[in-house]
Design a protein around this ligand. Structure first.
Ligand code: SAH
Length: 489
């Protein structure tokens, strides 16, 4: 079946819906939304349909279907559960040259109702010509995630400015460039942030500005821990729009796969000990590409604001007048905890969690060890595996119990994830015995004992079986007032 796609203007046009059940109700709702004058024909109506009839929004023909119902209508929908009746409606409609849709019957239908992504006034309609409605639905779901809800307001804004844009840019190529910039540049970004008034102002400015090259921008995107499923939808959209992607070494190949095919990819890995030079180089690259009018995505592992120097990059961009946005990502601590079955907080074992980094001797020296050594809190430690001995030493010296459990997560969320468990007393030895390599995240605290029981992803944890929870008195500090009322009753 080869269908001709079309969008129909049904405002104030008569449409007949035969049937008064739930399916008919849904069809009527969609038709009303399009402004159609709906008549529903059926002996009985759902309560909602009855309400619409009472409110005068829908006309009602009671009783059994008669061909006269089809007089003067532009479209008809057969939505009864009676196949023979549906077929009769379809046949009579055909004789009168009225387009008819028979619900769930592609063959009897002379028009189909597509799966729709509604960003009104922008609408995307998908049809499989009745061959595989479920596939059309799946495609719809995929597209739904890709198309930001700000597209609706963006289309309205474009409609409002359309004539003036045409006058300002009579040349078609120039007009195209203007629209591309309008739809993907700062105006669109403002709308995504929900700043409609500012977006309108920015659009006005763009209209008045001399048609020079487009302005560049930078989006700082958190790529998450590695599994592409953990990238945010907004991050995915930014990758789809990027001209240039500056990414850390830590960003997985699978995430990079999702970027626009023709985007330039630049790895800006940092080597330990050369942080400063590398960071300056990154700043220079950001500036160069943004000033050349490109849409730059600065893609970082995990979240850009968690031990990612995202703040420094933003300050630099701000100082140079480059517009920027930030898209958060799932940070390693959250991702590794989830994928190792270690809840970072737990009513019985830990009331707080600290994100700590300890990449070298110097950073170890600056930490507040007394605070870190407190029990019943979880430490999520972003670090090279090299510092583990110093880490143990300090925690023990400041009173953390040697039997405090840990889970060390290597390559968290990736296919080759490994989890090594043990206690603080044997932490560096256990890491060494299993040759744990970077990237690895250490989770230390009472909750880590749950890794053995709650593990669900990848290989089971490598470690001595720990009784969970380990040698802990049950915690009774939760005040009764925090308990749900029914518990107290
Ligand atoms: N901005 C990043 C952290 C950068 S620091 C984030 O929010 O996750 C780099 C450290 O993060 C690594 O040394 C390691 O400790 C941790 N890390 C990042 N990805 C990881 C992963 N997939 N598995 C385990 N640790 C990871």
């Amino acid at each position: 079946m080869k269908l001709y796609p079309l969008f129909a203007d049904l405002s104030r046009r008569a449409v007949l819906v035969v049937g008064g059940g739930g399916v008919a109700e849904r069809k009527v709702a969609a038709l009303l939304a399009a402004g159609a004058q709906v008549t529903v024909g059926a002996p009985e109506l759902t309560p909602q349909l009855q309400r619409w009839v009472r409110q005068g929004r829908v006309a009602h023909r009671a009783g059994e279907f008669t061909p006269g119902w089809l007089d003067y209508v532009w479209l008809a929908v057969a939505a009864t559960s009676d196949r023979a009746l549906n077929a009769r409606v379809a046949e009579l409609a055909g004789l009168r040259r009225v387009f008819v849709n028979v619900v769930d019957d592609a063959e009897l239908s002379s028009f189909h109702v597509p799966a729709v992504i509604d960003r009104a006034p922008l609408v995307v309609a998908i049809s499989s010509g009745g061959a595989a409605p479920m596939l059309a639905r799946l495609v719809r779901e995929r597209l739904e995630t890709l198309l930001d809800h700000s597209l609706g307001p963006l289309a309205l804004l474009a409609a409002r400015l359309r004539r003036r844009i045409r006058r300002r840019h009579p040349d078609l190529a120039a007009r195209r460039r203007f629209y591309t910039e309008l739809f993907t540049g700062p105006v669109a970004a403002l709308l995504r942030k929900g700043q409609a008034a500012q977006a309108a102002v920015a659009a006005e400015q763009a209209l008045r500005a001399a048609p020079i090259g487009q302005a560049g921008s930078v989006v700082l995107v958190g790529a998450g821990p590695g599994d592409p499923g953990l990238l945010t939808l907004r991050g995915l959209r930014a990758l789809n729009e990027a001209d240039v992607i500056l990414h850390d070494r830590l960003v997985s190949a699978e995430v990079l796969e999702l970027a626009r095919r023709d985007a330039e990819r630049i790895e800006v890995g940092k080597q330990a000990g050369h942080h400063h030079a590398a960071q300056d180089e990154i700043h220079a690259l950001l500036l160069e590409h943004a000033q050349a009018g490109r849409r730059v995505v600065r893609l970082k592992g995990g979240d850009p604001f968690v031990f990612g120097r995202g703040g420094e990059e933003l300050e630099f961009l701000r100082d140079h007048g480059i517009p920027y946005e930030v898209v958060p990502g799932i940070t390693a601590a959250l991702a590794c905890a989830a994928h190792a079955g270690v809840p970072l907080t737990h009513r019985d074992h830990a009331q707080s969690v600290r994100f700590v980094t300890a990449h070298c001797r110097d950073s170890l020296d600056t930490l507040d060890w007394r605070a870190l050594a407190q029990e019943r809190q979880t430490l999520a430690v972003y670090m090279g595996v090299a510092g583990l001995e110093g880490f143990r030493e300090q925690l023990l010296a400041h009173g953390r119990a040697p039997f405090t459990p840990f889970a060390l997560v290597e390559n968290g969320t990736r296919a080759d994830q490994r989890v090594v468990t043990g206690t603080l007393a044997n932490l560096p030895e256990r890491a060494q015995a299993h040759a744990v390599r970077s990237p690895a995240l250490l989770i230390l605290g009472e909750v880590a004992a749950l890794a053995g029981r709650l593990a669900w992803f990848g290989a089971p944890p490598l470690g001595e079986a720990l009784a969970a929870p380990p040698r802990l008195r049950p915690l009774r500090t939760t005040p009764a007032a925090c308990e749900p009322a029914r518990r107290r009753a």
